[in-house]
Design a protein around this ligand. Structure first.
Ligand code: ADE
Length: 245
């Protein structure tokens, strides 16, 4: 399968990702679409690890009841400690930045995505149940930068979907990963649009089911088009996300 010539031509990945999860198959979509292409081209390296390989009991258990009582289960620290030590050995002078998806984390945004896209190595620790024993975070933080990051004010069943979201937002910021380099900069929530939402987009045909594309977009007048888009951005933002204004 591995052609040594093709291997030698492979660029050094701009970003290496290690994802630790008890559901490795959940991360399969990473191999689709733009992120998948970036992996194929060698711009991005993604390694998915099954946390259960670091369990030491016959049942491969990863969780236990919470100290202090309460509902649900907490992920045991031992498998996580072994996983961290194997994926990023403490003796290794280069350490990844660790991202732990959690509803109790700081909020993910375009700014956080850009910050993470600037790193050479990211490790994602996917928690399930009521989260990971808090000592794991302290242990990791003794040798690497750790961010607990939340997608929003709702609770997912685990970190896997959050990792897919974050990796997609991060990967498209890597130089050369998007087909159209300009579109990443102009998308909603990036600084170049002053944090406004994007104007609506249209393509051919000009008339569809009796509905017309706004005439200005067919005018060829780039100044007018830019003004129309700016006004639409403003209008949409005021209507949908007044908090951004
Ligand atoms: N895990 C569970 N809920 C989450 C959320 N809202 N964001 C990120 N990770 C999570």
């Amino acid at each position: 399968m591995s052609d040594p010539d093709a291997e030698a031509m492979r660029p050094h990945p701009q970003l290496t990702l290690d994802v630790i999860t008890i559901f490795p198959d959940y991360l399969a979509p990473l191999h689709e679409s733009l992120v998948g292409k970036a992996i194929e081209r060698g711009q991005l390296a993604a390694r998915i690890h099954d946390l259960r390989q670091w369990t030491d009991d016959i049942h491969h258990s990863v969780d236990d009841t919470p100290y202090g009582g309460g509902p649900g289960m907490v992920m045991k620290p031992e498998p996580w400690g072994r996983a961290l030590d194997e994926v990023a050995p403490a003796t290794n002078p280069t350490q990844p930045r660790l991202v732990i998806p959690s509803p109790s984390g700081r909020r993910f945004s375009a700014t956080v995505a850009a910050e993470l896209a600037a790193e050479p190595w990211l490790m994602f620790a996917c928690g399930r149940y009521e989260g990971i024993d808090a000592r794991v975070v302290d242990y990791a933080a003794s040798r690497m930068t750790v961010d607990e990051v939340s997608l929003g004010d709702y609770v997912l069943c685990g970190g896997e979907v959050a990792v897919l979201v974050m990796v997609e937002a991060i990967a498209r910021l890597l130089p050369g990963v998007l087909g159209n380099v300009l579109s990443a900069r102009e998308d909603s929530f990036t600084d170049s649009v002053d944090g406004l939402l994007e104007a609506p987009a249209y393509t051919k045909p000009a008339t569809w089911r009796g509905m017309e594309v706004p005439a200005v977009l067919l005018s060829g007048n780039h100044g007018e088009i830019a003004r129309w888009r700016a006004a639409e951005s403003q209008r949409r933002t005021a209507q949908r996300r007044p908090d951004l204004l």
